[in-house]
Design a protein around this ligand. Structure first.
Ligand SMILES: Nc1nc2c(c(=O)[nH]1)N[C@@H](CN(C=O)c1ccc(C(=O)N[C@@H](CCC(=O)O)C(=O)O)cc1)CN2
Ligand SMILES: NCC(=O)N[C@@H]1O[C@H](COP(=O)([O-])[O-])[C@@H](O)[C@H]1O
Length: 214
């Protein structure tokens, strides 16, 4: 059964593009049915239109508060019969009401090795701390920001002379590989949420490492 997915963006949309490309594969257990942005000028909307995907912009600035924006978001997702949400550079903190409504059916990619560097400016903060490895994480979304159960992670080295830009460029390559892998594992049941933790079947995890459970 193919899962109807919406991708929520706020800007460039390169992770959105990697998800759209991956779901073109005949055996991919999900289809991208909608790309939705809280910013009408988001570059990613044009990329989605060019890929033949339905798009929608709902400007958060047009709403008096966070929850009324989230209710409009929810209504639009239901109108498009969406079953699953991928946040991809979606820069709005979602209300508890919305997150609980989509619990276990909404994931996000974050540019750090969570739980390190929750929030924003992750690459600059990692460099400031002098860490030698960094990376990205795909996780289920819970009300507490960037605190949801982890589905997949990818690691990159921090090399001498790295800037926020050079580190971001190294991490985004891994994001584009990891997010489609994580979505496939959730939609084909290889990875599932159980009692607030992600459990894997068939002994694999999305970081490509074979781990022998137990
Ligand atoms: N309830 C949750 N909402 C969201 C989560 C989450 O885990 N729980 N993940 C984020 C994504 N994200 C980090 O990955 C993130 C997005 C936005 C912000 C933020 O501070 N946003 C500001 C506005 C910034 C702007 O509009 O440019 C805000 O919403 O006031 C931090 C982290 C998605 N939502
Ligand atoms: N806090 C969320 C966050 O920082 N997400 C990050 O925003 C970028 C969006 O790029 P994209 O629009 O090209 O996919 C990505 O690096 C993603 O990890």
């Amino acid at each position: 059964m193919t899962c109807r997915v919406a991708i929520l963006i706020s800007g460039r949309g390169s992770n959105m593009a990697s998800l759209i490309e991956a779901t073109q594969a005949a055996d991919f257990p999900a289809e991208i049915a909608l790309v939705l942005s809280n910013r009408p000028d988001a570059e990613g909307l044009e990329r989605a239109k060019a890929a033949g995907i339905a798009t929608l912009a709902i400007d958060h600035k047009a709403f008096p508060d966070r929850e009324s924006f989230d209710r409009a978001l929810d209504a639009a997702l239901n109108e498009h019969d969406i079953a699953f949400i991928c946040l991809a550079g979606f820069m709005r903190v979602l209300s508890d009401w919305f997150v609980e409504r989509w619990a276990g059916r909404m994931i996000n990619i974050h540019p750090s090795l969570l739980p390190l560097y929750r929030g924003t400016q992750t690459h600059r903060r990692a460099l400031a701390d002098g860490v030698l490895v960094h990376g990205c994480t795909v996780h289920f979304v819970v009300p507490e920001l960037d605190a949801g159960p982890i589905i997949a992670q990818a690691v990159v080295p921090v090399v001498p002379g790295d800037t926020g830009e050079s580190l971001a460029a190294r991490v985004i390559v891994q994001e584009h590989r990891l997010y489609p892998q994580a979505l496939r594992m959730i939609c084909d049941g290889t990875a599932r949420l159980e009692n607030g933790r992600v459990v894997f079947s068939r002994g694999w995890n999305a970081s490509g490492a074979l781990h022998s459970p137990g």
